[in-house]
Design a protein around this ligand. Structure first.
Ligand SMILES: Cc1cc2nc3c(=O)[nH]c(=O)nc-3n(C[C@H](O)[C@H](O)[C@H](O)COP(=O)(O)OP(=O)(O)OC[C@H]3O[C@@H](n4cnc5c(N)ncnc54)[C@H](O)[C@@H]3O)c2cc1C
Length: 341
């Protein structure tokens, strides 16, 4: 779903999230005559759908220093409205609603892969070594690309790899290595049925949320946000809390017994990073000397990791920054107009 996690001072993240919202909104929502959100019924396989987003708080929260109207994106999302006291279920003290975006990530990732292929990109799957530092991983990646026979890369370029983009998420912790990278554990419960709204309930500690996976016949209830927790096993108590908190706000998902039909309970890890996402260039010394001791070999890497719980909504803006960094490097170093990305 789109729900910015940007704090009031995090202007770059806000800009990234704003860009995705506008882009996705244009691709899924048609304003009706009353300028209200029209929830479109997407064709099967469609990945981005306009769905109303409801936000509820049980008390003060860092996202809303002066009430729901002070959330940074209030002026930037369509049809934002603070809820009236009569519209607030217990135990919530304030809330807001706006036109939201539901992403069916299964379909979305498949469509991204198709786009890459349609643009002439090739996808090579391989595991890079994590123990020898970035230089070793880069050398391994270069070797893999050079030995790949499928794409005619060697015919196209005299130097097969001009520059690397490191988007290894949580893997950057060991691959770079970057000790600021840490896991943020999220436990979710997938249930049968598609919710009519995206709903986020901000409780102290564990939030709760309901997100329809439109086109798949299920909704995802979530989610914990446990920094530094590597436990892959679902916690039954957390599952109970999530189900209990979501019951009142997703009645359309309940069966005749008033319960959710649970499809699965899952645990995943957001790639957190102290200091926020790292999107910058780095020159890596591959080795200090060739055989005759005369040359220092370097490679350039553009890092693009550490997006925590916002990797989808950060994606367009932060990828644009990568392209700008890469293009400026090409201009400076190689006197080439544009990177072949
Ligand atoms: C429960 C939960 C809910 C979320 N909800 C949202 C949401 O509503 N909106 C949103 O925007 N975001 C959400 N996120 C966050 C989002 O999923 C992440 O921010 C995003 O997936 C990060 O993308 P990434 O490509 O940077 O990293 P990843 O998706 O982690 O991809 C990194 C890739 O690098 C590969 N890799 C790592 N190391 C190596 C290696 N040594 N060799 C080869 N490959 C390697 C990995 O296999 C992986 O494929 C959620 C996350 C969770 C867990």
């Amino acid at each position: 779903m789109w729900r910015s996690n940007g704090l009031p001072h995090e202007h770059e993240i806000q800009a990234w999230d704003r860009e995705s919202y506008q882009l996705w909104l244009r691709s899924c929502v048609r304003p009706s005559a009353q300028d209200k959100l029209t929830v479109t019924t997407p064709p099967k396989g469609s990945s981005i759908t306009g769905v109303p987003m409801r936000l509820f708080w049980t008390g003060p929260h860092e996202f809303i220093p002066d009430g729901p109207e002070s959330i940074w994106y209030a002026p930037h999302v369509q049809n934002f409205r603070v809820l009236e006291p009569a519209e607030l279920p217990r135990p919530f003290v304030c809330g807001a609603i706006h036109d939201g975006i539901a992403i069916n990530t299964n379909f979305y990732l498949i469509s991204l892969v198709s786009t890459i292929r349609a643009l002439g990109g090739r996808i090579i799957r391989a595991s890079l070594p994590r123990e020898g530092g970035l230089a070793q991983a880069i050398m391994a990646a270069e070797e893999i690309v050079q030995s790949d026979k499928g794409g005619g890369i060697q015919e196209q370029h005299q130097h097969p790899v001009d520059l690397f983009v490191n988007a290894t998420g949580l893997g950057a912790r060991t691959l770079v290595p970057d000790s600021d990278v840490y896991p943020i554990r999220g436990q979710t419960v997938t249930v049968r049925g598609e919710a009519k709204n995206i709903t986020t309930m901000f409780y102290p500690g564990v939030n709760a949320s309901i997100t329809p996976r439109v086109g798949s016949g299920v909704s995802v209830l979530g989610s914990t946000y446990q920094a530094g927790n590597w436990d892959r096993n679902p916690d039954p108590q957390v599952t109970r809390t999530i189900l209990e908190r979501c019951k009142a706000l997703g009645p359309e998902l309940l069966n005749d017994d008033g319960e959710f039909d649970v499809v699965s309970v899952d645990v995943a890890f957001r790639p957190g990073r102290r200091g926020g996402p790292r999107v910058e260039l780095e020159e890596i010394v591959i080795d200090g000397a060739t055989e005759d001791g005369s040359e220092i070999r370097t490679r350039v890497v553009c890092h693009e990791y550490g997006h925590a719980g916002g990797g989808y909504q950060n994606s367009f803006g932060s990828a644009r920054k990568v392209v700008e960094l890469v293009n400026s490097w090409f201009r400076q170093e190689n006197n080439v107009d544009r990177a072949r990305l």
